[in-house]
Each structure stands twice: as C-alpha cells, then as structure tokens.
Design a protein around this ligand. Sequence first.
Ligand code: SF4
Ligand code: SF4
Length: 498
Amino acid sequence: MKRFRLISQITFFVIFILIFFNAIIDLNDFSGGFSLKGGIKYIFIVDPLITINTFLASHRFELIYGFSIIFILLTLVLGRFFCGWVCPFGTIHHFFSFIASKLNFYKKDNKQTNFYRLKYYLLFFILFTAIFGINLSGYFDPLSIVVKGFGIFLLPILSLFYKLEFLPDSIKDFLFYNILGREDYYYGQAFAVGFFFLLLIVLNFYKSRFWCVYLCPLGGLYGLLSKYSLFKIRRDDSCLNCGICNKYCIAQAEPGSESFKSSECMLLFDCVDRCSVRALDYTFYNKSSKIDLTRRGMVSSSVSALVGMSLINVSLIKPEKNPSLLRPPGAENEKDFLALCIRCGGCMKVCPENFLQPAFLQAGIIGYWTPIGNPSFGYCVYNCNLCGQICPTGAIKNLAIEDKKRFVIGTAFIDKNRCLPYAYNVNCMVCEEHCPTSPKAIFFYEHTVLKNGKEYIVKNPMVNPELCIGCGICTYKCPVSDMPAIYVTSIKKGGLLT
Ligand code: SF4
Ligand code: SF4
C-alpha cells in the first residue's frame, strides 16, 4: 500500500505542477486579446474548505466547485485519504519530513500531543468569520498557500534564473514557453509570501508534517469527516503492543493504542508496513473515534473569531477614501471582492505587466495579499482580461474584452508642479502617446509662451475623466520617473457626478 500511496502522491503532485504552470499566457493565440493556456480553478475543485468558506462569506457558489462533494463522500467512505494521497502541499511536507528524518533531525517519537486540536479550532475560526462575510480561507488553505507560494515567490526566482547570460537557449526557451510565459516577475510582497511558505516547510525539521498534523484547516475538515469513515485502520488481537506502529505514524494517530484517532490518520500505511505480525489492516470498520475537542477550545476559537472580526472591522479602511486601492478590472464591489477573493495570487501570476501586486495594508488588514493595481510596478494592459479569466472564485469577473476595455478602475490626475510642459514650458507627450483608450483620455491644451524673446507653442496635457479608465500606463511611462507627474487614484471618473 505504501508504494501505491507514493505513486499517488507523485502523480497528483505532477498533475498540480502541470495545471499550475500551464496557467500562463498563450503565446500562440492573441486573436481575441490575451488568452490563457489553462486555468488554476481545477486545482481548487478538490477543496471543500474553499467551497464552503467562499459560499458562507459571499453567498455565491460556482458550479464547478460542486466537484468537491465527491471528495467529501470519498472521505466518508475511505477516510482522510486526501492528505496522504492527493494534497500537493502535503506531498511537499512529506518530502521535507523524509529529508529531515534522513538527516536525523528528530527521534522517531510520534507521540500524540493535544496540539493536533489546533487545526480544528483554526477551522472553526475560519468558518465562523466567514458567516460574517470575512473570507480568511486564503491565508490558511493549503492549496491557496501553495499556489501563492509558487506564483509570488518561486516564479520571480525562476525569472531571475531565466535571465542568466550563460543559460543555453534551449533551456531559456523551455522556461519561457512552458513555465514563465513572460520575462519579468516582480512583486513587492514576494519576500513576505516566500518567508511564510518557507517557514511552514522548515517546520518539518522540527516535527514531521508539522503543518498537516497541527495547523491545516482543510486537514481538519477532512479529519472531522473521516471520524465517521466506513474504512479505517483496525488492530486485531495478534497485536504484541510493541508500539512500533505508533513510532512510525507521522500523523500521530497512534494506530497501535486504544486511543487511535481515525480523524488524524492520513492513510500513509507506514504502520501496516512496519507491523511484524500483521496485526493492522485497513478494513471496513464503522466505529467512530473521538477527536477530544474541549469546550474551552471551542469557546476560545469562537471568541477569538469575534474579537478578530471586531479588530478587523475597526481597522477597515474605507475603500472610497483610499486613493491607492486600484482593484483589478472586473472587481466591482469591495465588500463582495473581499468575500470572494481567496488570496491565491492567480491574477498576479498572469498579469503581463506586473500591474497586479499583493496588497500590504492598502486595503486594511483583511485585504492583505489581495490584488491591487500598482502603476509603479506596471500597468493594466488594454486588451488583456487574463486576471478575470484565471480568477477561480469570480472575485474578478471574466469580462469580455470589449467590456474590459471600458471598465474603469481609477482616474488619472496631473501634478502640474512636476509635469514638464506645465513646470518648465517644454513639450512632452509621452502620456498622451501611450494612452490606449479610443478616443484618447489625454488631450492637449495649446498655449503660447515667450522664451528668450521668442514665441513658442506649448501643449499642456489634460485628462478627460469621462474617458480615463485608470490603467496606469501614463504613470508608468511618465519620464519624470521618480515621482511621476501623472498619477492614478481609485476614484472613478475623477469623482464627476454622472
Ligand atoms: S493536512 Fe492539509 S496540507 Fe496536509 S495533506 Fe491534508 S490537506 Fe494537505
Ligand atoms: S482575485 Fe486574484 S487572488 Fe483573489 S481569488 Fe481571484 S485570482 Fe485569486
């Protein structure tokens, strides 16, 4: 069984990698604007935590996520097989736990501690806050963490690697056409995302599969279900009570004792393989095991959810008062957006000009790592709607390209103290040249100036707020590059009444 489990882990990990890296710009198809080779929503269809939590927070349900019901039903029959056989983040942890054990980082002592309950409390905390419209699943869901870790942390590293001079062209071509899809990846929050991702991995050097055993709320959800599963590991009377199975169970389920917890068992089958008298078997056994959640723990997780929500709410930044809150085209109402976005980073991964960046505190604590447009990094490409195409939850609507071109995310304003024609009476038309709308949202007001006794015509650029969509290309291209003389803020149409 262990061999089959290994094959399954590798197979699902490869499938994850293929889906993840296939979700890049299709460089062979620009017929109707930009298009994607694949999507990442298929990664999340095995994730009932995202399905339930997003539904609770937003009251919306995408049909494709109904697929996760299959995983719920399979867990009710087989047990927590997802964690041991399918989850790509679990496989990463398993790999590093294996390395850690080979390097003798810890004794083989997988004695159960009460800390395994933490993941259940975290699960209740997340679900409880979702009922009040706050979607925290993206910070703790393993699939969201791994997609974000790969997209926001690993891809920028690979893009640096791609730029190495000595790299053979064949490798560069492979990287460009199959993995990167574009040359530059840079994110202001790459370090923070990478730190969080690596920290969870490093914890495996303290305890095998630390994240899965103690913290993962999706593991907690599957654990709750597998408490009632029809098939479980069962110990028969030939058991010698030698305890070797408990020692080798990195899920700390203690299969060789009376306190065996099927909710913790990830069906890794190390215990079955190690038992010298074959006293353990995976068989039909519909006796449910206890999870031992304390009332105090449950109350604490509910109270902390309430306190957390209050803190989040008092620290909420009014979106309409925040000039840098440029949401992606297709994100309409801020409240719905926050309830739907699972902070997976998919939109930022595919944004061709690095315009979409993980937010720091621009959208308040609750908006951490949600996508915001930042014209210092790049601009929103006019005929591109890739963020809407990739967003797995519909937080960014998949707009038709003609609708996307009209979607207003902000308005540009000119700083006359820095704009060259205004400040120095010299002509500059960079912003007007790059403005993509038709007709252009930047126009000129001509006036005559006297310089060294001669008359010159100077064209001063002006923004027509009725036409500006806030794409930020003018800001990005402005030659006054340190602090551009034209900037975009989140107010739509310049605040004009319509
Ligand atoms: S506990 Fe979480 S991260 Fe670990 S395998 Fe299960 S679902 Fe994946
Ligand atoms: S908006 Fe971006 S980060 Fe949020 S769910 Fe959609 S793709 Fe993921």
